[in-house]
Design a protein around this ligand. Sequence first.
Ligand code: FE2
Length: 115
Amino acid sequence: MKLGELIKGAAKEGKEKHVPVIELISCQDCADKVVKITVGKEVAHPNTIEHHIKWIALYGVKKGLAVHIFTCDLGPTYGVPEVISHAHLADFSELIAIEYCNIHGLWEDSLTLSP
Ligand SMILES: [Fe+2]
């Protein structure tokens, strides 16, 4: 088995609480585009010691390769699993976010970037 076979996406039950939503928004301080990733945007994910989002990672696709951009270690936490970060995105054709729920495993989604 390969790890990729265990990563769930938008077609799986529980997607509303787990699929990481990637958005490009304007920074309120400098007006640059920043990456915002939210887990549980549609339906809030429980964030307790027993059941939480442990981490969110962002990769960029560059010439067919996955390039690690950042990983945020979040849990265990009672906070909302939402990350906003500046990132140099010009070289990437696509962004892929992956998150880990300690009960429900790995989830991913992607966003194609316009040239
Ligand atoms: Fe979960």
